[in-house]
Design a protein around this ligand. Sequence first.
Ligand SMILES: Nc1nc2c(ncn2[C@@H]2O[C@H](COP(=O)(O)OP(=O)(O)OP(=O)(O)O)[C@@H](O)[C@H]2O)c(=O)[nH]1
Ligand SMILES: [Mg+2]
Length: 470
Amino acid sequence: MNNENIGALSAATGGALGIIRISGPQSLEILSHIFSKDLTKAQPNTIHYGHLVEHDAVSQHQNIIDEVLVSVFQAPHSYTGEDSAEISCHGSRYILNKVLALLCQHGCRMANPGEFTMRAYLNGKLDLSQAEAVADLIASTNKATHDIAMSQLRGHFSSELGKLREQLLKLTSLIELELDFSDHEDLEFADRSELNELAKIINNYIKKLIQSFETGKAIKQGIPVAIVGKTNVGKSTLLNRLLHEDRAIVSDIHGTTRDTIEDTIDIQGITFRFIDTAGIRQTTDQVEQIGIERTYQAIQKARIVIWMVDQQPSQKEIQEFIEQVKDKSLIITQNKIDKEDGFKIDSSLLNTLQKYSFIKISAKHNLHIDQLEKAIYQAADIPTLTDTDVIVTNARHFDALQRAHASLQRVLDGLGTSNSSSSISHSPLPPDLLAEDLRLAIEHLSEITGGQITPNEVLGNIFKNFCVGK
Ligand SMILES: Nc1nc2c(ncn2[C@@H]2O[C@H](COP(=O)(O)OP(=O)(O)OP(=O)(O)O)[C@@H](O)[C@H]2O)c(=O)[nH]1
Ligand SMILES: [Mg+2]
């Protein structure tokens, strides 16, 4: 495959400049056919000013297509690890199409999505998790997603996995030592409790990575926050206030919002997905009833629930609501504090509410919205990410980690000293079976970075979601 030369537009059209990338063993030769200089003789890692030209066979004229800069990279010192070039031309759709067509005429073909990065992976420039981080980096929309992608791209996750692999190999070698001397029946070279300790440490770290996926997913997709409450309390007004736009219809008619309305905003670098919902009340209106069912579904989907009230809720209402949101972070928000007849929370209720954030606002008059935003950010409970934190954001990695975790759990059970979640006590397994599960755990971890064996269909699946040109 790598004998082919590929080209693609690598920057979105519509800007003042456009970038076309070309890579492959003859890429510099192909480009030289349409460039005013011979780039095959260019020094590696240099930039060349010149003209892109088209040769007219009839008039024997050279038509100048654009004045450009070409960055030349020679294998292996390029993104793909192959000879390659980046043409920086004007962003005209005509010019870009023309240049791509000319490159194809001279022996290049259009790249598939993610093909440049796939080549970088196949040529050992990046491991698989780093290659995936490239897609995440391009898709990042806020500081948190950017930081995680950047840390993964710089190999932080890979190096943590490398350490785990090394520890597992150490464990395997201790067990295999026993295997080598298996003729001596009662011989136990490796101290079982030491093995157990090591396996436990590794497995706990894998578990921590698995658990970080919940946060990783939330950061990547936006943390869902449902705004719920009775009709007319000001939910849609709050949504509009948070979004700084008139997204939802606001009126003093009860039951204005019929369907859920979603939109995102960033608070302190984290994306939150706010869901305005139909107000909850008894109704005979069928459509409104469906809307209210959706409100309950939104509560289920949410990680944070803002319960908005504009009147004193009764003890029973509070209990019922708390029961409904169970495992969610709850923020109770009293709205319309600008009104003279606004209520003052009954002190007998304060005890029940103590556990929850209680914020008083006026959505309409923009009072204390900053406090509410702070409470929302805190409720998200996002750990402050440092450069050394590893957060799993990729479902493929999550899946591989879970399998590695299961294999290691079998090792722990097999060592006979485990206090695994199951209460069944396990008898010690022979070293060959332990070694087999350890080997599986190592294999599962290797899948994340690509290891030696990554079948084509797996690669195809990973790279198909990339943009062309990356
Ligand atoms: N005085 C005052 N009025 C408010 C405030 N927030 C909202 N309102 C008014 O309350 C009424 C209802 O607001 P909405 O935002 O439509 O209420 P809602 O909770 O979305 O109502 P439904 O969609 O029917 O469930 C409107 O007339 C708003 O202008 C506030 O802080 N102070
Ligand atoms: Mg509404």
